[in-house]
Design a protein around this ligand. Structure first.
Ligand code: GLN
Length: 542
């Protein structure tokens, strides 16, 4: 029997519903249950692929090539279950499907309405393909009270009546703000939020209350009474030092016990949380530290680099060190010498990115790392810029550039219009749509035996997730290899460069894919493990 857990948010946004959902899923998994997580996003974009990372944070890419909400990254990192296209849906996607069907005449003359057509589409999505799971956790994006969220709340309300009794639970995540002048945690915003939820027919079963200090008994009682939940169902979700402490903290507060009790399941046995304890201990007690520069262009919103930050943390966990991140806006290096910014740092990472702004600054960062022999990790755009840099400074091609920034005589990085996905040919035209048209999702790559990167992976066949339009141009391979930049990984058909590395450098690797998307705290990605290890080596030299 599949049980449903609906997670809604109230009071303010950014309370960490995604993390809360992921952490609860991890707890249930630690009790031996099979879990799946799905996210309903009320915005009108068909997917977040075309949204600015500085507004909406990172676009998380799944193996099957979907551009999804970053919360799916939390889901994967906490449960180890790879997310798929079918785990995230938006209002835009639902309307696009419904309107396409309507134009085709599929509705046979019916009037198409939010209820039942939109709500039915949402319910179908929620219920689809869950047979193999004990628990399906469904997170509703946004905050209760948002106009655009209403059809989603209505759909999960209906499911409460349509699913067999006792097969779903509603969890509401709220905030108890501390008001210093009163010296109290305030329950009123939560009361209002629950009132709002009840006005649309949903009575939450469990309140998960974000707070910065313990909830006094009296306030718990008040929340239970005014929000109509059991006192044991008022769960404290206190701020913790690391996100990887959240499952342990929920366990202490009894969230899993309350969920199981709701379904009449036995919560007697202890969940197996040793791996979480190990991670938490490693994060709390590092044996050293390293500092890594991230030279990017969305440094104003750290969510834009969510998976990257986590993957670097995992690299630190693997090496038992704390990884300090120095955020540097790439554009600065277009005006100023990078040396004073980068001196003393133990590694330089240029992450994925789009567009010309800051590109020359990233090229300068790559050059600094190459010449000063500081570990360099170029991811996607960061690899492309490192190759342009090597073409200019090593291979004597001063006009080397990427066609992403306009026509160039030396297209060392160029637009890709045809490529193979498995056995199928994918095509794109230069002036086509921007949404959903990149080389997306998991692709295999073959690494050269004996190369640095093959040694790091411990093998020569890998599969990693992609999200890009441009590719390093194979026509420049020979000239670059002669000068020591090896094309150490290629697509299986040998047509597309997947990885590059600089010979005679302690650690200089560029990858066309996004390894950060597959890193997990229990299984730190080999490239991040190795990059952080190289940074530790470097720190011994300074
Ligand atoms: N803008 C580059 C491209 O489209 C790199 C993309 C990325 O870094 N994800 O190829």
């Amino acid at each position: 029997m599949t049980r449903y857990v609906f997670i809604t948010g109230g009071v303010v946004s950014s309370l960490g519903k995604g993390l809360a959902s992921a952490a609860l899923a991890a707890l249930l998994q630690a009790r031996g249950y099979k879990v799946r997580l799905r996210k309903l996003d009320p915005y009108l974009n068909v997917d977040p692929g075309t949204m600015s990372p500085t507004q909406h944070g990172e676009v998380f890419v799944t193996d099957d090539g979907a551009e999804t909400d970053l919360d799916l990254g939390h889901y994967e990192r906490f449960t180890g279950v790879p997310a798929t296209k079918a785990d995230n849906i938006t209002t835009g996607r639902i309307y696009l499907d419904i309107i396409t069907k309507e134009r085709r005449g599929d509705y046979l003359g019916a009037t198409i309405q939010v209820i039942p057509h939109v709500t039915n589409a949402i319910k179908d999505f929620v219920l689809d393909g869950n047979d193999a799971y004990d628990f399906v956790l469904v997170e509703i994006g946004g905050t209760v009270g948002d106009i655009e969220g209403l059809p989603f709340f209505e759909a999960i309300r209906q499911l409460g009546q349509e699913l067999p009794r006792g097969q779903c639970v509603y969890i509401h995540l709220t905030l108890l703000p501390y008001i210093p002048s009163a010296g109290e945690l305030k329950t009123k915003p939560t009361q209002h939020s629950v009132a709002e939820l009840r006005s649309i027919g949903i009575q939450p079963d469990i309140l998960l209350c974000r707070c910065d200090r313990p909830i006094p008994r009296e306030e718990r009682g008040k929340l239970a009474r005014f929000c109509n939940v059991r006192e044991s169902a008022v769960i404290e979700a206190r701020d913790v030092a690391s996100i990887y402490d959240v499952p342990l903290s929920y366990r202490e507060e009894g969230l899993d016990r309350e969920v199981l009790a709701h379904f009449g399941l036995d919560a007697g046995a202890e969940p197996k949380l040793d791996r979480w304890r190990d991670i938490s201990a490693r994060v709390r007690n590092p044996e050293g530290e390293v500092s890594i520069a991230i030279v990017g262009k969305y440094t104003g919103l750290k969510d834009a680099y969510k998976s990257l930050i986590e993957a670097l943390t995992h690299g630190g966990i693997a090496n038992r060190v704390k990884v300090n991140l120095e955020w540097i806006e790439a554009e600065i290096f277009e005006r100023e010498d990078p040396a004073p910014f980068l001196e003393g740092l133990n590694g330089i990472l240029v992450p994925g990115g789009f567009g010309q702004r800051g590109a020359e600054g990233k090229i300068r960062a790559a050059r600094y790392a190459r010449e000063k022999k500081i570990p360099y990790f170029g991811i996607c755009f960061g690899m492309q810029m490192a190759v342009v840099e090597a073409a200019r400074s090593l291979a004597g091609i001063p006009d080397a550039n990427s066609t992403e920034f306009g026509p160039t005589a030396e297209p060392v990085v160029g637009l890709l219009t045809e490529w193979m996905k498995g056995n199928e040919l994918e095509r794109r035209i230069a002036e086509g749509d921007l949404g959903g048209t990149m080389r997306l999702g998991s692709y295999a790559a073959k690494l050269t035996a004996g190369s640095r990167i093959a040694e790091i992976y411990g093998g020569t066949m890998i599969a990693e997730r992609h999200r890009h339009r441009y590719e390093v141009n194979m026509a420049y391979r020979e000239r670059l290899e002669e000068k020591g930049m090896r094309f150490s990984g290629l697509s299986p058909d040998g047509l597309l460069p997947e990885t590059v590395e600089v010979e005679g450098h302690p650690w200089f690797i560029g990858v066309q894919f996004h390894p950060e998307l597959k890193s997990r705290p229990f299984e730190p990605h080999p490239l991040f493990r190795s990059f952080v290890a190289a940074a530790i080596e470097q720190s011994r030299l300074v």
